[in-house]
Ligand binder design. Structure first.
Ligand code: UGA
Length: 430
C-alpha cells in the first residue's frame, strides 16, 4: 500500500515507521522544515524506545521517506492519514484548526480517489466536518472516503503497542474504504472493529476517559487506605485479579498527566456539555486527580514543616516512564509548587532533562541519579521510571541532612525502607 502520514509527532512518526516496518511504502509529511531535515538526516525528534531503529531500517530499505510537501504526499499515495495536533483551548474544547487546514490542503492536491484517515484524537462528528471540507475544497470534484482510525498508543511503549495492537478500530461512512483499511492492518494480526465514524471517534474519548477514571478510582481508594491502615497495592492486586476489573491502570500515585488524559477528559466533558449532558462522573475524575497532588504536597509540608530554604531532590520530570515528554507532567507541576514555597530543587530524569529545561528553571539539573540526594532535606520520586528502583539508597541516605523519602509512585517497599533507616512516605500505604 502507498501511504502518507501528515504530521510527524508522537503518533504520526510511530505510525509511519510501523507501517513501513510491515512492508507498506510510506511518506511522512511535516510542515516544520527543520524537523523534516532532522528526520532526513537520521535524527529522531522525540525519545521513543525502538523508534530510531525502525525508522533507520525502513529509510535504508527505501520504504520510508520524509518531506515538507503535502502535495508530494497526497499525489504519491492512495491512503492519507492525518496525525496532526488537536490542542486544548482554554474552555476545554479542542482546537481543530490544524485538522481543517490539512483537510483543505489534501483537497487542493487530490486528483484522483483517495482514502483520508483521521488518526488525531478528535471530538465525535469531526469526520463529518472533514468529509464536508474535502468535498468543498476539491478543485476537480474527485471522490474520496473519510475514515476514523483512532490510536491507542502509550508513549514510551508506542512501537510495541503499534506492532502488537489489541484491536484496530475503523470508523466509516460506507463500506467502500474497508477493504483497503483491512489490507493496511492485515500484517498486525489484530481484531478489527468496523463501525460507523461517530462511534469510532467516541471509542477513543471513551477509552481514555475510562482509563483516567480507573486511575482516579485507585487514587481515591488510596485515601481510604491511608486512613485505615490498609495497603493500596494489596487492594489493587486483589481487585485486579478479577478479569472484569483488570490490574492495569490501578497504580496509585500523584495523579495522571501527559498530553492525552487531561486534555481528552476536558474535551469529553465539553462535548457532552454541548449536547446537553452534564458528565459529572468525569468532572469528579478530574477533581480527584487534582486533589491527589494537593494531598501529596501536604504530606511533604506536614513532614518537613518549614519548606522555605530547604533543599529537595526530585527524581523524575517526564509525565511517565520511558519518555522525554514533559507536557502536563505531574512531576513538573510538583516541582513548580515546591518552588513556590521557597524550596530549592535538585532534579533528575533519565531522558526528559533537555525538554524540562525549557519549562522548569532555577533548579539544579543533576546528571547522575545517585548524586541528586547530595545535601538534600528530602527526596521525592515523581515519575515511575524502573531505573529509580536501582537507586543507591545507602549512598543517598548518607548524603542527606536526614533520610526522608516521599515516593509519589510507590516504587519502594515501606518495610524495607524503614529497615534501611529511612522515613518513608508513599501513596496509600502505611
Ligand atoms: C494514553 C493511553 O494510555 C493510550 O492508550 C492513548 O493512545 C494515549 O493516551 C493517547 O490518547 O494518545 P499516554 O498518555 O501515553 O497514553 O500514557 P499512559 O501510560 O496512559 O499514562 C498516562 C498518565 O497516567 C501518566 O501520567 C501515568 O503516570 C499515569 N498513570 C498510569 C497512573 O498514575 N497510574 C496508572 O496505573 C497508569
Amino acid at each position: 500500500m502507498k501511504i502518507t502520514i501528515i504530521g510527524t509527532g508522537y503518533v504520526g512518526l510511530v505510525t509511519g515507521a510501523c507501517f513501513a516496518e510491515v512492508g507498506h511504502n510510506v511518506i511522512c509529511v511535516d510542515n516544520d522544515v527543520q524537523k523534516v531535515r532532522v528526520l532526513q538526516s537520521g535524527g529522531i525528534p522525540n525519545y521513543e524506545p525502538g523508534l530510531e531503529e525502525i525508522v533507520q531500517k525502513n529509510v535504508d530499505e527505501g520504504r520510508l521517506r520524509f518531506t515538507e510537501s503535502t502535495q508530494d504526499g497526497v499525489e504519491n499515495s492512495d491512503v492519507i492519514f492525518i496525525a496532526v495536533p488537536t490542542p486544548p483551548q482554554p474552555d476545554g474544547s479542542v482546537d481543530l484548526s490544524f485538522i481543517e487546514k490539512v483537510a483543505r490542503e489534501i483537497a487542493s492536491y487530490m486528483k484522483c480517489y483517495k482514502i483520508v484517515v483521521d488518526k488525531s484524537t478528535v471530538p465525535v462528528k469531526t469526520g463529518e466536518k472533514v468529509a464536508e471540507t474535502l468535498r468543498r475544497y476539491t478543485k476537480t470534484n474527485v471522490d474520496c472516503d473519510v475514515v476514523s482510525n483512532p490510536e491507542f498508543l502509550r508513549e514510551g511503549f508506542a512501537v510495541e503497542d503499534f506492532l502488537r495492537p489489541e484491536r484496530i478500530v475503523i470508523g466509516v461512512f460506507s463500506q467502500r474504504p474497508v477493504k483497503a483499511m483491512k489490507e493496511i492492518y492485515a500484517p498486525f494480526n489484530a481484531p478489527i472493529i468496523v463501525t460507523d465514524i461517530n462511534s469510532a471517534e467516541l471509542i477513543k474519548h471513551a477509552a481514555n476517559s475510562f482509563l483516567a477514571m480507573k486511575i482516579s478510582y485507585i487514587n481515591a481508594i488510596s485515601v481510604i487506605c491511608e486512613s485505615t491502615g490498609a495497603d493500596v497495592i494489596e487492594v489493587a492486586n486483589g481487585i485486579g485479579m478479577d478479569s472484569r476489573i483488570g490490574r492495569r491502570f490501578l497504580d496509585a500515585g500523584i495523579g495522571f498527566g501527559g498530553s492525552c488524559f487531561p486534555k481528552d477528559l476536558s474535551a469529553f466533558i465539553k462535548i457532552s456539555e454541548e449536547i446537553g449532558y452534564d458528565f459529572r462522573l468525569l468532572k469528579e475524575v478530574r477533581r480527584i486527580n487534582a486533589e491527589q497532588m494537593d494531598r501529596f504536597i501536604k504530606k511533604i509540608t506536614d513532614t518537613l514543616w518549614v519548606l522555605k530554604g530547604k533543599t529537595i531532590g526530585v527524581l523524575g520530570l517526564a509525565f511517565k516512564q520511558n519518555t522525554d515528554d514533559v507536557r502536563m507532567s505531574p512531576a513538573i507541576e510538583l516541582c513548580k509548587r515546591l518552588q513556590k514555597t521557597g524550596t530549592k530543587l535538585r532534579v533528575h530524569d533519565p531522558k526528559a532533562m533537555e525538554k524540562a529545561r525549557a519549562v522548569l528553571t532555577n533548579v539544579t539539573y543533576v546528571e547522575d541519579m545517585n548524586n541528586v540526594a547530595e545535601g538534600c532535606d528530602a527526596l521525592v520520586i515523581a515519575t515511575e521510571w524502573e531505573i529509580f528502583k536501582k537507586l543507591d539508597l545507602e549512598r543517598a541516605r548518607k548524603s542527606m541532612t536526614h533520610p526522608i523519602m516521599f515516593d509519589g509512585r510507590n516504587l519502594f517497599d515501606p518495610e524495607e525502607m524503614e529497615k534501611l533507616g529511612w522515613i518513608y512516605k508513599s501513596v496509600g500505604r502505611k
